[in-house]
Design a protein around this ligand. Structure first.
Ligand SMILES: [Zn+2]
Length: 203
């Protein structure tokens, strides 16, 4: 906690004076973010840092392995779906970005089984991507399997986004666009999912 508070003091000393007007204007006028990023909890993959976003620019929801669950309006506690509803229906974002990444511990748990102490929630959460696991296990090379699964999960999440009627509708109308992206922790490079279904460097 001391480290966190030291960081807060640095922010108050430097970041806050620099961005004070931005925060004040956001407080007065409210937020109008254009994009919502669904990322992973991984400490090395911060959407705000990767997209060099200012306060108020992007909404982020982060969970294990950047998974979007299928649309299921029931009594369960749907954190990711609630964030999507808030971003799309209330704030009217025009872009949804699923941001996957290399060396994802959630994907590793999917492929190798969740660590013993993480079976209450991680295992059932990752089982959402079981079809990806089955396909990935057919690949011989373990490293290939991991990256394959990381990218397939991005496609799975994008598919599940379309199961939300209030996402599918504006997507068809052209007022909401879905994007997939994958970030390499080692190289700092981002590749995006292109219309032909492959990942490549952004233009
Ligand atoms: Zn991850």
């Amino acid at each position: 906690m001391d480290r966190l508070l030291a960081g807060y003091r640095r922010f108050r000393a430097k970041g806050w004076p620099e961005q004070r007007r931005v925060f004040e204007s956001l407080a007065d006028l409210g937020q109008r973010p254009q994009a919502l990023v669904i990322g992973c909890v991984d400490s090395r993959v911060d959407p705000t840092q990767i997209f060099d976003a200012a306060p108020g620019e992007i909404l982020t929801v982060r969970n294990v392995a950047n998974l979007v669950p299928p649309y299921a309006p029931d009594v369960a506690y749907h954190g990711t779906s609630a964030a999507l509803e808030f971003g799309v229906r209330v704030l009217g974002v025009s872009h949804l970005v699923v941001l996957g990444h290399g060396m994802c511990g959630g994907v590793q748990a999917l492929l190798d089984g969740a660590p013993e102490q993480a079976r209450d929630f991680v295992a059932p959460w990752m089982s959402m991507a079981d079809a990806v696991r089955v396909r990935a296990m057919k690949l011989a090379d373990a490293e290939q399997r991991q990256e394959y699964a990381e990218r397939e999960i991005i496609r799975l999440s994008l598919g599940n986004l379309l199961s939300f009627p209030w996402i599918a509708e504006p997507v068809v109308a052209g007022t909401l666009t879905l994007h997939g992206a994958w970030f390499s922790i080692r190289s700092g490079n981002l590749v995006i999912l292109r219309p032909d279904g492959t990942f490549g460097a952004p233009e």
